[in-house]
Ligand binder design. Structure first.
Ligand code: GLP
Length: 236
């Protein structure tokens, strides 16, 4: 694992965007594993700006997202499909048919998970972006998820529902279930970058990267990846 301590969130966003741009410059038809959450927002806006300025195109690229709430359609403003369109896809020249995310309103959950597994097998990720849950989750793989997991349905931990409720309106209920890419599939990416910002993530980082590798802390598995970099903006 490589640790990069940045001086602030701006530098973190900037440097992370550069990593993605380098991947695309070297391989215009790269498959990018993308993430939601508030942490990557700065990186996405830099990526939009810098790709325009540097003439880097996403036309041949693919984007595969980590996870989606069950019960939210792609048009729902809190769905991750909506988030990706709003924060990134509508500002770049990626083709909509080359963007993938689980269908939160699929009628058959097992069938949907199997469909996503097939997509992940067909398109190996050249790079995977990850955020970090305060309980050490990656994507929606909560503590206790087997490291060998593939796409599956998760009942979200109470702490995750609490953390994510800040993004929902007062009268909106945070979904209790989600689809998530599995840990095994995350680990299959050639390169992984993890973004974490602020003191609130310090404990999760210490547990994930300064202790042993255990399924009780899903992000700790990243210690075993041959090319994983953590960008963090707080000294611990
Ligand atoms: C959610 C997402 C994760 C994300 C995490 C952290 O639970 N499923 O992929 O990493 O939140 O989010 P934030 O960056 O807002 O702290």
């Amino acid at each position: 694992m490589q640790f990069i301590l940045t001086k602030d969130y701006n530098e973190l966003s900037d440097r992370a965007a550069d990593v993605f741009l380098d991947v695309l410059k070297a391989k215009p038809d790269a498959t990018l594993g993308l993430a939601t959450g508030t942490t990557p927002l700065g990186m996405y806006s830099r990526l939009i700006e810098k790709s325009k300025k540097q003439g880097v195109s996403f036309r041949e690229a693919r984007a595969i997202n980590l996870d989606e709430y069950i019960g939210l359609s792609p048009e729902h403003p809190q769905s991750y499909a909506y988030f990706m369109k709003k924060q990134l896809f509508s500002h770049i020249d990626i083709l909509p048919e080359n963007t993938y995310i689980e269908n939160g309103v699929a009628t058959d959950e097992a069938e949907e998970a199997a469909r996503y597994d097939d997509i992940l097998t067909k398109f190996p990720r050249d790079i995977q972006l990850l955020g970090l849950g305060s309980n050490g989750h990656i994507a929606f793989n909560e503590p206790g998820t087997p490291f060998g997991s593939k796409t599956h349905v998760v009942t979200l931990a109470a702490s995750t529902v609490r953390d994510n409720s800040r993004l929902f309106g007062a009268d909106e209920k945070v979904p209790e279930k989600a689809f998530t890419m599995g840990i095994m599939q995350i680990m299959q990416a050639k390169k992984i970058i993890v973004l974490a910002s602020g003191a609130a993530k310090a404990q999760a980082i210490a547990k994930a990267f300064c202790g042993g590798v255990t399924e009780e802390v899903p992000a700790s598995v990243l210690q075993l990846h041959p090319d994983c970099t953590l960008f963090y903006d707080v000294k611990i």
